[in-house]
Ligand binder design. Structure first.
Ligand SMILES: Nc1nc2c(ncn2[C@@H]2O[C@@H]3COP(=O)(O)O[C@H]4[C@@H](O)[C@H](n5cnc6c(=O)[nH]c(N)nc65)O[C@@H]4COP(=O)(O)O[C@H]3[C@H]2O)c(=O)[nH]1
Length: 748
C-alpha cells in the first residue's frame, strides 16, 4: 500500500491552513464513510474531511465497513481496494446487492486499467489513485455530492411529474364533464369516460371520428367556432351553449337518453406544439381541447322559471307580465299600420260564493274550466290571460271594427252561460266584460287594462253580466269606488261607524227576546251607509278584522250598560264576516272584550252564515267550540239560502236558526205552498234549536209564524234597527210593559 503524499509531510494542518486560505469552507452535511486498513492514512483522511465540514465515520477493514453500511446510511464511501480478508470489491458487491444508495469513490494504489474498470463495473462512481493531493480528493467528493444532488433532484422531479399526471388522469376520468382533444382536422384523439355516461357513445367509438358526429345538425355552424378554436387563454371560447346528439341504447332508460339531444356548455382552447419563444401564429397548431358540461338540468330549470314568470300556474294561461308584453307588441304594430286593438277585462259573477262555499279545490277547477271555455271563443292570434282571482283579460289584435270586440264579448258570455259540472256540482257563473280600444281609450298597456277594468266595473254595478265599452263617464263611478275605499280606511279613526240595534220579539210580539247589532257608517258626504255598501269592500281591502274588533268591543260595552241598567234583553246578536272566522285572533278578541267589560258570554250570540261554516268546517268547529266554552251561542244567519250541507248542524254548538227574509216574504195571502219555510221550521224544532224569523213586515207573516211555533221574530213590523238611544228607550219601555213596537227609526 502506497503512502499518501501529503500525509508524509507530517503536518496536515499546514496543508489544511493553505486549503482554508484558497477555498471557502463548504457548507454541507454529507456523511462519509472512509475505509482503509492503514490507521495513519485513515486518521489523516478523517482530519482532512472534518476540516471541510464533512461528517466522517471510519472503518479499518472491510468487515467493519460492511457493518457500518448495514446499520447506517452514508452519502459517500471512500474505499481502499486492497485490504486483507474482506477487500474493497466485496464491499462494493455488498452495496450493489443490497441496493444501498451510497456513492463509492475507490481510492487505490493499484494503477492498472483493469482494476479501475472492475471497480467501475462493481459500481464505483469515481476512482482516485494514491498518492493524491488533498484538493483532488475534496474535488472528487464535491463532484460526487453535486452529482448525487442532481440525481436526487431528477428523481424528485420525475416523482412529482408522475404524481401530477396521476392527479390529472384522476381528474379527467372522474370529471362530471366531457373532456376531449381533437387533432388539427377535428378528429377525436382523446375523450374521457364521461362521454359514455352522458351521450351513450363509447370512447372507442369516438376516437378517430370527426366532432360533427356529436353535434346536433342545427348547431353545426356554432360548433365550428368552438371545435376549431385556435385561440388560447382568455380569448378562447367560453361557455358556448350547444346541443349534442345522444346515442339511443336499447333497453337502457338512462335519463339523458330519453331525449336524443343534450344541452352542453363548451369551453375550448387551441393546442400548440411548445416551441419556445414562438408566437401562437408561428407555433405549430396541434388541435383543440375542451370541456363540455351537461347543462340539461339547468336548461330545464331555466325553462320552468321562465314559464312560471310568464304564466298563471293554475290555468296555464299567460299571466299579467306576458299579457302586457304581448299587448305592447301589438300596440306598436297597430300604431304602424293604423289598426285597432281591443282589451277585454272579464270578471266572473258568483265565483266568490262558489269558492267560499265549495272550497278552493272546486274553485280552482272552475277557473280552469272557465279558461278553457273562453279560449274556444278566441282565434289563434288572440291572447287570453288570467290576472289573478276570477279576473281574465283578452287581447284582440288587428281589429278592423269595434263591433268585432262586441261579438267576441257576446260569444264569451254565451259560452259561460251553461252550467259547469264540477265534482258533481252544477255551477252557474256569469261574466261581466269591460272593453277598451286602442287608440281611442288609451295609448299604453296600463291605460288600456285600467280602462277595460273600469268598463267591467260599471257593467258589474249596473246589471249583472253583459259587456260594455269603456266611456270616460265610467271613470267617475270607478273613482267613487276608490274614494269609498279611502274613506273606509279613515272611518275607524274618524269614529264614523255606529251600531244600530234591531230588537227581536217573541211570537206574541210582546217581549223583547234579543237585539241584533247592525253596523252603520255615517259617511261624511254620502250620509248613512248600510253594510251592503261597504262590508264587501272592507273584506276585499283587508279592513274587516279591525271593524269586527270595533263592533265586538262597542256592542259588548253597550250590552253591559243595559245589564247594569236592568233593561238588557236576554241576548245580543253580533254578525261576523266570512273572513272573521279565519282569523286566529277572533276568539281572543271576543273573550277579552267580555272580560274587559265584565259581561258573561251567555249574553252574546254570534251570527254566521252557512257559507262561512261550510268553507272550512274544521276551523269553524274549532273556533265555535272554543267560543261555546265561554257560554257564547251561535246563530245560523240566512238559513236555507246557501249551498248548505246540513251535517254541520250536528257537529257545531248551534243555538239558533234564523230564517232568511226571502222565505218570510213568501208568506203572502195568495201563496199557499210554503214548503221551504215549513221544512226549515220543522227541522229547527226537531233539532231543538231556537227559530227566529227575519224581515217580518206584515201581521199575516207574524200570525203564520206564531202558529208554526216560531220562537222569535224580527222585522219592520215590530221595529226597524235603531240608534243606541232609541233602542235604550224601547228596552226601558219593554221592561215597564209599555212596549211601543212600531218605533220607526231608519228609513232607507
Ligand atoms: N226589508 C227588510 N229588511 C229588514 C227587515 N228587518 C230587518 N231588516 C234588515 O235585514 C238585515 C238583517 O241582518 P242580517 O240578515 O244579519 O244581514 C246583515 C248582516 O249579514 C250584515 N251585517 C250587519 N252588521 C254587520 C256587522 O257588524 N258585521 C258584519 N260582518 N256584517 C254585518 O249586513 C247585512 C245587512 O244588514 P242591514 O243592511 O242592516 O240589514 C239588516 C236589517 O236592517 C224587514 O222587515 N224588512
Amino acid at each position: 500500500m502506497r503512502a499518501w503524499r501529503i500525509y508524509c509531510s507530517r503536518d496536515s494542518f499546514t496543508l489544511a491552513g493553505h486549503y482554508n486560505n484558497t477555498r471557502p469552507m463548504p457548507q454541507h452535511t454529507a456523511k462519509i464513510l472512509a475505509v482503509d486498513d492503514e490507521p495513519r492514512l485513515l486518521d489523516s483522511l478523517q482530519q482532512l474531511l472534518a476540516l471541510h465540514g464533512y461528517a466522517i465515520t471510519t472503518a479499518n477493514d472491510g468487515r467493519a465497513a460492511i457493518e457500518q453500511l448495514r446499520t447506517d446510511s452514508f452519502d459517500i464511501a471512500l474505499i481502499d481496494l486492497k485490504m486483507p480478508d474482506v477487500n474493497g470489491q466485496r464491499i462494493m458487491r455488498y452495496v450493489a446487492e443490497n441496493n444501498i444508495r451510497t456513492d463509492i469513490i475507490v481510492i487505490s494504489g493499484e494503477a492498472s486499467f483493469e482494476t479501475a474498470v472492475e471497480a467501475i463495473r462493481l459500481g464505483a462512481h469515481d476512482f482516485l489513485l494514491k498518492p493524491y493531493a488533498p484538493e483532488q480528493l475534496i474535488k472528487r467528493i464535491e463532484n460526487t455530492i453535486e452529482r448525487r444532488k442532481l440525481k436526487s433532484d431528477a428523481v424528485d422531479i420525475q416523482e412529482r411529474l408522475k404524481n401530477s399526471e396521476k392527479l390529472h388522469r384522476f381528474l379527467v376520468n372522474t370529471s362530471p364533464d366531457i373532456i376531449y382533444v381533437l387533432n388539427e382536422e377535428g378528429h377525436f384523439t382523446f375523450v374521457n369516460q364521461r362521454v359514455h355516461q352522458l351521450l351513450g357513445f363509447t370512447r372507442e367509438e369516438l376516437i378517430g371520428k370527426h366532432y360533427t358526429t356529436l353535434v346536433h345538425e342545427d348547431d353545426l355552424e356554432l360548433a365550428q367556432y368552438a371545435f376549431n378554436e385556435r385561440r388560447t387563454g382568455t380569448r378562447a371560447t367560453h361557455n358556448l351553449e350547444l346541443r349534442l346528439r345522444t346515442k339511443d341504447r336499447e333497453g337502457h332508460s338512462h335519463k339523458s337518453f330519453a331525449t336524443s339531444v343534450m344541452c352542453v356548455e363548451l369551453n375550448a382552447t387551441g393546442l400548440y406544439a411548445n416551441t419556445s419563444g414562438a408566437h401562437d401564429n408561428a407555433r405549430r397548431h396541434l388541435g383543440t381541447y375542451g370541456v363540455a358540461r351537461d347543462i340539461s338540468s339547468r336548461k330545464q330549470a331555466e325553462a320552468i322559471i321562465r314559464y312560471q314568470a310568464y304564466h298563471d300556474l293554475l290555468t296555464g294561461l299567460p299571466n299579467r307580465t306576458l299579457f302586457k308584453d304581448r299587448l305592447n307588441m301589438v300596440i306598436a304594430q297597430a300604431r304602424r299600420v293604423g289598426q285597432m286593438v281591443a282589451v277585454m277585462f272579464i270578471d266572473l259573477d258568483r265565483f266568490k260564493i262558489v269558492n267560499d262555499t265549495l272550497g278552493h279545490v272546486i274553485g280552482d277547477q272552475l277557473l280552469r274550466a272557465v279558461g278553457r271555455r273562453i279560449q274556444t271563443c278566441l282565434r289563434e292570434g288572440d291572447t287570453l290571460a288570467r290576472l289573478g282571482g276570477d279576473e281574465f283579460v283578452v287581447l284582440l289584435p288587428q281589429l278592423t271594427h269595434r263591433e268585432s270586440a262586441a261579438t267576441v264579448g257576446r260569444k264569451i258570455i254565451e259560452s259561460l252561460t251553461p252550467p259547469f259540472l264540477i265534482d258533481q256540482h252544477e255551477l252557474f257563473v256569469g261574466a261581466s266584460i269591460g272593453i277598451s280600444l286602442f287608440p281611442s281609450d288609451g295609448n299604453s298597456d296600463e291605460e288600456l287594462i285600467k280602462n277595460a277594468d273600469i268598463a267591467m266595473y260599471s257593467v258589474k254595478n249596473d246589471t249583472r253580466g253583459g259587456y260594455s265599452f269603456y266611456t270616460a263617464r265610467m271613470e267617475s263611478t270607478f273613482s267613487q269606488h276608490l274614494d269609498l275605499e279611502m274613506g273606509l280606511r279613515r272611518a275607524l279613526t274618524n269614529h264614523e261607524f255606529a251600531i244600530h240595534y234591531q230588537p227581536q220579539f217573541d211570537a206574541q210580539g210582546q217581549t223583547v227576546c234579543g237585539v241584533e247589532a247592525l253596523l252603520r257608517w255615517q259617511h261624511p258626504e254620502r250620509g248613512l251607509l248600510y253594510p251592503g255598501d261597504f262590508i264587501p269592500l272592507a273584506e276585499e281591502v283587508g279592513l274587516i278584522g279591525h271593524m269586527t274588533e270595533w263592533v265586538i268591543d262597542t256592542t259588548v260595552r253597550q250590552m253591559k250598560a243595559w245589564v247594569d241598567a236592568g233593561i238588557a234583553p236576554p241576548r245580543m246578536a253580533i254578525n261576523l264576516s266570512a273572513l272573521d272566522l279565519k282569523r286566529s285572533s277572533l276568539v281572543g278578541e271576543i273573550t277579552q272584550a267580555l272580560e274587559r267589560h265584565q259581561l258573561p258570554g251567555e249574553r252574546i250570540e254570534l251570527e254566521i252564515t252557512e257559507n262561512l261554516i261550510v268553507q272550512d268546517i274544521n276551523i269553524a268547529t274549532q273556533r265555535l267550540t272554543e267560543l261555546a266554552r265561554h257560554g257564547i251561542s251561535i246563530a245560523i244567519d240566512d238559513f236555507g239560502t246557501g249551498y248548505s250541507s246540513l251535517s254541520y248542524l250536528h257537529q257545531l254548538p248551534i243555538h239558533t236558526l234564523k230564517i232568511d227574509r226571502s222565505f218570510v216574504q213568501d208568506i203572502v195571502p195568495e201563496r199557499t205552498g210554503r214548503s221551504v219555510i215549513d221544512a226549515i221550521i220543522a227541522m229547527g224544532h226537531s233539532l231543538e234549536l231556537t227559530i227566529v224569523a227575519e224581515g217580518v213586515e206584515t201581521e199575516l207573516q207574524k200570525d203564520w209564524l206564531a202558529q208554526k211555533r216560531c220562537h222569535g221574530m224580527q222585522g219592520y213590523l215590530f221595529s226597524r234597527p235603531l240608534p243606541t238611544e232609541a233602542v235604550t228607550h224601547l228596552l226601558e219601555a219593554a221592561i215597564s210593559r209599555n212596549v211601543d213596537v212600531t218605533v220607526q227609526a231608519e228609513s232607507r
